[in-house]
Design a protein around this ligand. Structure first.
Ligand SMILES: O=C(O)C1=C[C@@H](OP(=O)(O)O)[C@@H](O)[C@H](O)C1
Ligand SMILES: C=C(OP(=O)(O)O)C(=O)O
Length: 429
């Protein structure tokens, strides 16, 4: 088995220029592809999830060019409909590619097949398919009802009216629907059924749609009205912010010593995961924030303290809090993260299993996890990562506990942050 042995880390200090945000990269690419005009996308994330979106768009007839070896791209919009009407798309395990493309293709009059890695075929998509069928889309499940692979057929799309979508399994279903609706050209009201989770990701969607000229009226988190007759129009140029979820590992490292500064996200960010800094501050870390940077250092007291918090608004960065809890006095409880079960792996079970390997006492609930750190971390734990980039990244923090730790299959970080371990090395001693 491939693995990476991390030696004990004494402290982290320095500046990390963050890679581009996954959520912003994939939304921007799709909106730029559907828009009228061409868009310069600067600072795009270079990682598997975005590569899947880029190659899907090329297969669908969208013309894009990369400027040399840079992270800057030009995307030539197709003004509404993909030119290629038949395609078989492989989307890995990229939720931000799979869900939005499903909606865009279901409303765009062609025959398409969408598939991914085996885990993607275990991640639910039924709520999105149900919503799209209300609009007249023809979508079949290839193997299991409610799960990819999907086959999309030619449809009679019903113009306008009301459509409902469940919001309590993944917010990506609502994001997908909102981004695709302007393709139908009629006013549509989307009603969210159940309590919407991961709300800040809907803010990212609405902000970027607005950058491309489409305005959505939002009534609380229950109803969204997309007016008819709008089209996406290129804003000219878009700079992708640094990834706020990727920032969480370095901010946590800073909170265990520091200072560590991340650049590319800050006060002006449109990403909900910047709120990770608030959770870390609640644990006692000293946080400073500028327009496009965040800095973390250890609490004045020297020790983090446990928190009991609902982290439904930052489900990805919440995993970093779970590992930071190993360094906090007391018992930390992370609540309202049932969605962890349907992500890259069942993250509640994976987190509980691996935290126990380093000696923590862990209670795993249906939608919460409670972590009491051990008096001393177990040295040389071999952490399984379950093909989950975030398991690999957050468990690297164990090395700050003065013990060596082994990360199995570390290359899973390629999903969102291929150079993670090199960057970590560059700011630690
Ligand atoms: O819309 C997005 O960009 C994302 C939404 C979240 O998923 P859920 O809405 O399924 O919680 C998050 O976990 C994922 O990494 C990215
Ligand atoms: C849940 C995640 O990814 P996805 O976009 O595939 O849902 C994640 O990156 O933590």
């Amino acid at each position: 088995m491939d693995h990476l042995d991390l030696s004990p880390i004494r402290r982290a200090e320095g500046v990390v220029a963050l890679p581009g945000s996954k959520s912003i990269s994939n939304r921007t690419l799709l909106l730029a592809a559907l828009a009228e005009g061409s868009t310069e996308v600067r600072g795009l994330l270079d990682a598997d999830d975005v590569s899947h979106m880029l190659s899907a768009l090329r297969t669908l007839g969208v013309n894009w060019q990369r400027h040399g070896e840079s992270r800057d791209f030009r995307v030539n919009g197709v003004a509404g409909a993909f030119p290629v009407k038949q395609a078989d798309l492989f989307l890995g395990n990229a939720g931000t590619a799979f869900r939005p493309l499903t909606a865009a293709l279901a409303l765009s009059q062609g025959h398409y097949r969408l598939s991914g890695v085996p885990r993607m075929h275990e991640r639910p998509i039924g709520d999105l398919v149900d919503a799209l069928r209300q609009l007249g889309a023809v979508i079949d499940y290839e193997v299991n009802h409610g799960f990819p692979p999907l086959n999309i057929g030619l449809a009679q799309i019903r113009a306008g009216g009301r459509v409902s979508v469940r919001g309590d399994v993944s917010s990506q279903f609502l994001t997908a629907l909102l981004m695709a609706l302007p393709l139908t050209g009629e006013t549509t009201t989307v009603e969210v059924v159940g309590e919407l989770i991961s709300k800040p990701y809907i803010e990212i969607t609405l902000q970027l749609m607005r950058r491309f000229g489409v305005v959505v009226e939002r009534h609380d988190w229950r109803e969204f009205v997309v007016a008819g007759g709008q089209h996406y129009r290129s804003p000219g140029s878009i700079l992708v912010e640094g990834d706020a979820s990727s920032a969480s590992y370095f901010l946590a490292a800073g909170a265990l010593g520091g200072p560590v500064r991340v650049t590319g996200v800050g006060r002006d960010s449109i990403q909900g995961d910047v709120k990770f800094a608030e959770a870390l501050a609640q644990m006692g870390a000293q946080i400073e924030m500028g327009e496009d940077w965040i800095e973390a250092r250890a609490p004045a007291s020297g020790r983090l303290t446990a928190i009991d918090a609902d982290l439904n608004h930052i489900p990805d960065a919440a995993m970093t809090i779970a590992v930071a809890a190993l360094f906090a006095d007391g018992t930390t409880t992370i609540r309202n993260v049932a969605s962890w079960r349907v992500k890259e792996t069942d993250r509640l079970t994976a987190m509980a299993t691996e935290l126990r390997k380093v000696g923590a006492t862990v209670e795993e609930g249906a939608d919460y996890i409670r972590i009491t750190p051990p008096a001393a971390l177990t040295p040389n734990a071999a952490i399984d990562t379950y093909d989950d980039h975030r398991m690999a990244m957050c468990f690297s923090l164990v090395a700050f506990g003065g013990v060596p730790v082994r990360i199995n299959e570390p290359r899973c970080v390629a999903k969102t942050f291929p150079e993670y371990f090199e960057v970590l090395k560059s700011v630690t001693v």
